[in-house]
Design a protein around this ligand. Structure first.
Ligand code: GTP
Ligand code: MG
Length: 195
C-alpha cells in the first residue's frame, strides 16, 4: 500500500453514533499501552497522527483513519486500564464490542499483545470473544525490539499457547521502532481487501 493520504476522519465516544462508512475497515484492539496507536502511525508513515503515550489509557475513543479514500484503520481504546472506574471500563467494553459486532464494513480485526509477556486474562477473553463472533483475529506481537532475537520464537510460542490460538492463526512480530513487520501487515491488509 502506498500512502498518499491519511487523516483522522471520525472520532466516536460512547454516546456517538458509529459512522456508516462505505469503505472497508480494519480494526486494531488490545490492552492499554500495547502499542495500537503506534502501530497505526507506523502503517501510515506518520509520527504522531494517532496520539500515543507512555501512560496507558491515551486513546479513549474509536478513531477512524481514512487511508487514500480506500480504507479505514480503526484505533480502539485499550482494555484493562486499571485507573478508570468499573463503570467506565464497562462503557468502553460495550463500545468496543458494539463496534466489532455491528460495523458492516469491518473486514479484519488485529489483536495486539506485548511480545514480552504472557497474554493477560483480558487478552484471552478478547481473543475468545472475537473467535466466537466469527472473526479470525490476526495477532500482532508488539514491541519486538524489546526482546533479543534469540528469544523471539520462544515468546511467540508463549503467546500462541497463552491465547490457545486457532489452527493456522497468523501471528506477526512487530516493532514501531524498527518497523519490523510493517510490510507483512500491509501485505495482509492488501490481501484482505482484495478477497
Ligand atoms: P492506549 O491508547 O492507552 O490504549 O495505548 P496504545 O495501545 O495506543 O499504545 P501507544 O501506541 O500509545 O503506545 C504506548 C507506549 O508504548 C508508548 O510509550 C509508545 O512509544 C510505546 N511503544 C509502542 N510501540 C512500541 C514498540 O514497537 N517498541 C517500543 N520500544 N515501544 C513502543
Ligand atoms: Mg492508543
Amino acid at each position: 500500500m502506498i500512502i498518499k493520504n491519511a487523516s483522522l476522519e471520525t472520532v466516536c465516544g460512547y454516546t456517538s453514533k458509529l459512522p456508516k462508512n462505505t469503505k472497508p475497515e480494519i480494526a486494531f484492539a488490545g490492552k492499554s499501552n500495547v502499542g495500537k496507536s503506534s502501530l497505526i502511525n507506523a502503517l501510515m508513515n506518520r509520527k504522531a497522527l494517532a496520539r500515543t503515550s507512555g501512560q496507558p489509557g491515551k486513546t479513549q475513543t474509536i478513531n477512524f483513519y481514512n487511508i487514500n479514500d480506500e480504507l479505514y484503520l480503526t484505533d480502539l481504546p485499550g482494555y484493562g486500564f486499571a485507573k478508570v472506574s468499573q463503570k467506565e471500563k464497562e462503557k468502553w467494553g460495550t463500545m468496543i464490542e458494539n463496534y466489532l459486532n455491528s460495523s458492516e464494513q469491518l473486514r479484519a480485526v488485529f489483536l495486539l499483545v506485548d511480545i514480552r509477556h504472557e497474554p493477560s486474562a483480558n487478552d484471552k477473553i478478547m481473543y475468545e470473544w472475537m473467535v466466537y463472533q466469527g472473526f479470525h483475529p490476526i495477532i500482532i506481537a508488539t514491541k519486538a525490539d524489546k526482546v533479543k532475537r534469540s528469544q523471539l520464537q520462544k515468546q511467540l510460542k508463549v503467546i500462541r499457547l497463552g491465547l490457545n490460538t486457532e489452527k493456522g492463526a497468523i501471528l506477526i512480530p512487530f516493532s514501531a521502532e524498527t518497523k519490523q513487520g510493517r510490510e507483512e501487515i500491509w501485505n495482509l491488509v492488501d490481501q484482505i481487501l482484495a478477497s
